[in-house]
Design a protein around this ligand. Structure first.
Ligand code: PGA
Ligand code: ZN
Length: 423
């Protein structure tokens, strides 16, 4: 059995140039494996806490030296000698050592880095690809390649334009396999760029690699996507669907939904009516994430009653990948799908538990990157190993986004009979 002999880390960088943790675990059989931690911009208020050094000075307070100290001075001592293959024990030790409900003492960034580096080390020790090791950890369900949701137009907190809705995604759910899905997405992405350029609209990209122009309304963004899909020769509705992430908490001001691009302020009921209208006007929209403010549970129930039988309604800031919130939401009918972000909860084991709760209750699961991300591709393996069915990891540009698609293409080739979750 392979045991942990060293745990350490360095202060590395994410895609926004902010410091992040790169954690490494070394095993008694000679493997050294590492993982990088992502970071959000539209962060849910109940997420596990990311530890930053604070104060002015280094990196305008965003350094992670304190979190690294926790790794070398406390976490290492607690983990050395433990079996790398016992992920549940490693993660429980990390949670107990931290001792807070939201990982505020050692930092969810420090804890997650070590948790994921350990999973990589265990896979290396077993001589397995990470997705196969993760598949073992969840009891070996049949694996599938996820349907990608590609955020090709960026607004909200991910761009400095006037678009209120944060993400406009293309979803190639009706194509036959994963490689065709990313081919379709790439072709739509090129066409969208050409269409924007021909109208004299900026083709600069936002944090997740989608275009980020100023537009007259969120509807214009949807129409631009539809035109790009049709002009690129892919069939809207049949092969390619659309998804939105409203990230509505970000434009909830003084108890109302404030649509800055149109200078309109809506009550919750008016906003739900608006989403219903948008969905009947554009039936290719098959998924809406965070349509309602993160703590308005009544509003979520209303939206789920209005639209939940017709489409996927994904809770991101609503559930923050937290098993307690997910169980409450299932009992109360808040949503029919959950976004899964490792760093919202802070360990691999707790993330796997949340995925299993969601799957056993028939909720959709979407594995997700963060808007500040890195070249780390763990989420690609997580999506396949747990057979999550969907992954959201940005547009067809910026290497920290495309790295996940490239990893999925490799896995697609490695699997004997790859099954695409969409076809
Ligand atoms: P974040 O946003 O990573 O900036 O929090 C992603 C999302 O809202 O899905
Ligand atoms: Zn979201």
């Amino acid at each position: 059995m392979s045991r942990i002999v060293d745990v350490n880390g360095i202060e590395a960088f994410d895609s926004r140039g902010n410091p992040t943790i790169l954690a490494a675990v070394t095993t008694s059989d000679g493997h050294k494996s590492s993982a990088l931690v992502p970071s959000g911009a539209s962060v849910g208020s109940l997420e596990a806490v990311e530890m930053r050094d604070g104060d002015a000075g280094r990196f305008q307070g965003r350094g992670v030296r304190k979190a690294l100290q926790g790794i070398t001075q406390e976490i290492k001592g607690a983990l050395v000698g433990k079996s790398v293959e016992d992920q549940a024990e490693i993660d429980k030790t990390l949670c107990d050592l931290d001792g807070t409900p939201n990982k505020a003492r050692l930092g969810a960034n420090a804890i997650l880095g070590v948790s994921l580096a350990n999973a990589h080390a265990a896979a290396a020790s077993k001589g397995l690809s990470l997705y196969r090791h993760i598949n073992d950890l969840v009891g070996n369900p049949p694996m599938t390649l996820p349907v990608p949701m590609l955020n090709v137009l960026n607004g909200g907190a991910h761009a400095n334009n006037n678009v209120d809705i944060q993400e406009f995604m293309v979803v190639p759910s009706g194509v036959e396999d994963f490689s065709t899905a990313v081919q379709a997405a790439a072709e739509i992405f090129y066409t969208l760029k050409q269409n924007l350029a021909s109208k004299g609209i900026s083709t600069a990209v936002g944090d997740e690699g989608g275009f980020a122009p100023d537009l007259s309304s969120d509807i214009e963004a949807i129409e631009l996507l539809i035109t790009a899909i049709e002009r690129s020769g892919w069939q809207l509705g049949e092969k390619i669907n659309l998804a939105l992430d409203c990230a509505a908490t970000e434009f909830f001001v003084d108890g109302h939904y404030r649509l800055e691009s149109q200078n309109r302020t809506l009550t919750r009921e008016e906003w739900i009516d608006e989403m219903e209208e948008i969905s009947s006007q554009f039936p290719a929209i098959t998924s809406i994430e965070d349509g309602i403010h993160e703590s308005d549970y009544e509003g979520w129930k209303k939206l789920n009653q209005a639209l939940g039988s017709k489409m996927q309604l994904v809770g991101d800031d609503l559930f923050v990948t937290n098993p307690g919130l997910l169980n409450r939401g299932i009992a109360d009918g808040w949503a029919n799908a959950i976004l899964i972000k490792l760093n919202q909860i802070g360990t691999l084991s707790e993330t796997l538990e949340v995925i299993q709760i969601a799957q056993s209750h028939g909720l959709g699961t979407v594995i997700s990157h963060r808007s500040g991300d890195t070249e780390d591709t763990t989420i690609a393996d997580l999506a396949v190993g747990t057979s999550a069915g969907q992954i959201k990891t940005g547009s067809m540009s910026r290497s920290e986004r495309v790295a996940k698609y490239n990893r999925l293409l490799q896995i697609n080739q490695e699997l004997e009979n790859p099954v695409y979750a969409g076809s």
